[in-house]
Design a protein around this ligand. Structure first.
Ligand SMILES: [Fe+2]
Ligand SMILES: [Fe+2]
Length: 320
């Protein structure tokens, strides 16, 4: 509908058309999009015993963290909007199918957490997603604008940052749900989280491989990752939810700057081209002064080894 196009969207369209005539990287050789699409779908929760949810108590800190991830998962729609503004999303054959399926799966992660929270007896307002969008922080609004501008000015290099950002976010959510299992000791939540984690691991594989290929090819992408990313990056969900909620979740799940999970995430991301010594997550939690979660936040004392595993996690990487 050209009559409704803003001048900004005309600029984006012009860049997409220009980019169409260039050769775009095809990454399907290292990520089997058809296999991913064939296995894609909503997380299957048909056999979840929802009536059992309130039988196992959760600490207020656990509930607060669950709400943070309910919001974060439900915000994927808005993140998709930003990705759709990039040339890569428009012209590369794997992108449209992946983004479509990814958004669908993430939507059901949010719905799963909403149903869980409601089954526990908590109320979730019908308009929570719209409220979250309208109340997003100014930093989030500015980052959105910066990202749109850079996707226009640097249509070939910017997607490597988008993919890197996605890889960090997916690795973070994967580990967050692993930690939720350990820290809540709630058997129904553990089952839901473990099913969601299988999908998060696939999402991570896509973004990680995309980031690896693009950073290897783009000196500008590597420069942006080294110089710009540390200045604008914030953890997944921060900005759409108030920053104090992000900080609470990072303490509850990862013990802030005093835990082992964030360095483990950074070690994996640090294997990408140009990202040796990657530590922006650690710098973020150190700047914010985020310390270990108090014992009363957790279902089990720190240091015990409950069912659910350890804190060291790395999603499978099908590329080896
Ligand atoms: Fe998710
Ligand atoms: Fe995901």
């Amino acid at each position: 509908m050209p009559s409704t196009h803003t001048s900004a969207s005309r600029v984006v369209d012009a860049c997409i058309v220009r980019g169409w005539n260039r050769e775009s990287p095809t990454l399907s050789a290292t990520f089997d999009i058809d296999r991913f699409m064939a296995g894609s779908g909503q997380v299957d929760l048909r056999d979840i015993p929802w009536d059992d949810v309130p039988k196992y108590p959760l600490t207020p800190a656990a509930l607060r963290t669950l709400r943070y991830f309910l919001n974060t998962e439900s915000a994927t729609f808005y993140y998709l909007r930003a990705l759709m503004g990039t040339k890569a999303a428009m012209v590369e054959p794997d992108m449209a199918p992946f983004l479509s399926a990814w958004n669908y799966e993430e939507e059901f992660h949010g719905r799963a957490f909403r149903r869980f929270v409601e089954a526990y007896g908590e109320r979730v307002d019908e308009g929570y997603r719209g409220d979250m969008y309208l109340r997003r922080t100014n930093v989030e609004r500015i980052t959105d604008g910066v990202a749109l501008g850079l996707s226009v000015v640097l249509p070939d290099a910017w997607p490597s940052i988008h993919m890197l950002w996605g890889a960090i976010a997916e690795h973070t959510t994967y580990n967050a749900y692993r930690q939720l299992i350990t820290r809540t000791q709630h058997p129904v939540l553990a089952e839901i989280c473990s099913r969601i984690m299988k999908q998060e691991a696939k999402h991570f594989a896509f973004y990680f491989q995309q980031a690896r290929a693009r950073l290897a090819e783009s000196a500008m992408g590597r420069k942006l990752a080294q110089v710009l990313l540390p200045r604008i990056w914030t953890p997944v969900g921060d900005g759409m939810s108030p920053t104090e909620e992000a900080h609470h979740a990072l303490r509850y799940l990862f013990d802030g700057a005093e835990g082992e999970v964030i360095p483990a995430i950074e070690r994996k991301i640090g294997t990408l081209p140009g990202l040796e010594g990657f530590d922006i997550f650690t710098r973020y939690v150190e700047r914010a002064g985020l310390k270990r979660a108090p014992a009363e936040w957790l279902a089990v004392p720190p240091g015990s080894t409950p069912a659910g595993g350890t804190t060291e996690v790395a999603p499978s990487d099908p590329t080896g």
